[in-house]
Design a protein around this ligand. Structure first.
Ligand code: PLP
Length: 385
């Protein structure tokens, strides 16, 4: 089996599992307890927070551990919008890009439904990029928060985050970015990015599912979504997932150390793969941006062919990939991301996404490209050789 669905999830790294182990066994204490076991758990949790803060270039107190990327996005969008409107009642609008993950889009819609906010959706160009001008056209003195993802999970397009954050700041609007797909392959320093809030998720990086983190700048107020014992400085109550936090920190630290060699290697392998696919299946349309693209992401549409059938044929040939987002699982609607790029609904339903894990080899990709040629031939009856 060749696994090419790393944007869906990744296996837990051995080093990560080993780093977690003590906090699941001997040092199992509750970090809020004052006995020694509790203090050992607290020390592990705070060391993990410091590790994450080092990668993000922020203070440890600006990192909140969450149950994953979805919760981090919810906390950022809802928490900041509610706090900002409480401080300034004119701020009743939320700006989000058209290609956001549902964790951001649905958070904005929920604010509209339950709290009377108005959602401004910022359009993207044909490659999925948000221009600073498009954001500037929407943010103003009535905007409570703006959220644009760092890199898209379906087509891999990378946004000009520093420029977009500057546009938001010119209107005194806090700026959040969903960096779930960027973590480990793109620079994450929040000072360079100029963002006020940034979300990451463990399971895209070699940590388990169910742990994530949100950076929120100390200068930005945030309303908690989960109330209780006041853990995480009141931003997110509930006994902390110590082993999960240690796992996320370990995975992030390892990925960050490997990034200078791993990211260019993946980009080179992906470029070769895309070229090979377009040679073998000239009908394939590469979606997303040619230049501003996640190193390991290649997504195609196959006009007038069933994407689902290609996926099944690929799986029969041992190639595991996806139709786009795993998060819209079970949905047969065309992807909102591809529609936002201007792709027609019928073609949008033919998407096949390959996202390369760090361990992928040139041989794997050659096999995958040949399998795709075979899968396409099986589905369409077009055999070229
Ligand atoms: N944001 C993006 C861009 C994602 O790709 C994902 C997961 O696919 C999430 C958020 C949600 O993260 P999690 O699965 O940790 O809830």
């Amino acid at each position: 089996m060749i696994y090419l669905d790393a944007a869906g999830t990744t296996p837990v790294r051995r080093e990560v599992l080993e780093a977690m182990w003590p906090y699941l066994t001997g040092d199992f204490g509750n970090p809020s307890s004052h006995h020694e076991l509790g203090e050992r758990a607290r020390a592990g949790l705070e060391a993990a927070r410091a590790d994450v803060a080092r990668v993000l270039g922020c203070r440890p107190g600006e990192v909140t551990f969450t149950s994953g990327g979805t919760e981090a996005d919810n906390l950022a969008v809802k928490g900041i919008a509610l706090a900002r409107r409480a401080a300034d009642p004119r701020r009743t609008r939320i700006a989000v890009s058209a290609v956001e993950h549902p964790a951001v889009l649905e958070s904005a819609r929920s604010l509209a439904r339950l709290h009377g906010f108005v959602v401004d959706v910022v359009p993207v160009d044909g490659t999925g990029r948000v221009s600073p001008e498009a954001l500037a056209a929407v943010v103003g003195p009535d905007t409570a928060v703006a959220s644009v993802m760092y890199a898209n999970n379906e087509v891999g397009t990378i946004q000009p985050i520093a420029e977009l954050a500057a546009v938001a700041h010119a209107a005194k609007v806090p700026f959040h970015t969903d960096a779930v797909q960027a973590a480990g392959v793109l620079p994450l320093d929040v000072r360079d990015l100029g963002v006020d809030a940034l979300s990451i998720s463990g399971h895209k990086l070699g940590a388990p599912k169910g742990v994530g983190a949100l950076y929120v700048a100390g200068r930005v107020s945030i309303e908690p979504l989960v109330d209780g014992g006041g853990q995480e400085r009141g931003a997110r109550s509930g006994t902390e997932n110590v082993a999960g936090a240690v796992a996320l920190a370990t995975a992030l630290r390892l990925a960050e150390g490997e990034r200078p060699t791993a990211a260019p290697r993946l980009a080179e392998l992906r470029r070769g793969f895309v070229q090979r696919v377009l040679e073998l299946v000239p009908e394939a349309l590469l979606t997303g941006d040619d230049v501003h693209r996640l190193p390991g992401s290649a997504s195609f549409c196959f006009p007038r062919v069933s994407g689902e059938s290609i996926l099944l044929e690929l799986e029969r040939r041992g190639i595991i990939c996806s139709s786009g987002s795993a998060c819209a699982a079970g949905s047969s609607d065309p992807s909102h991301v591809l529609l936002a790029l201007g792709i027609d609904p019928e073609t949008a339903q033919t998407a096949v996404r390959f996202t390369l894990p760090a361990t992928v080899t040139a041989g794997d990709l050659d096999e995958a490209a040949r399998a795709l040629e075979g899968a396409y031939a099986a589905v369409t009856g077009i055999a070229r050789r």
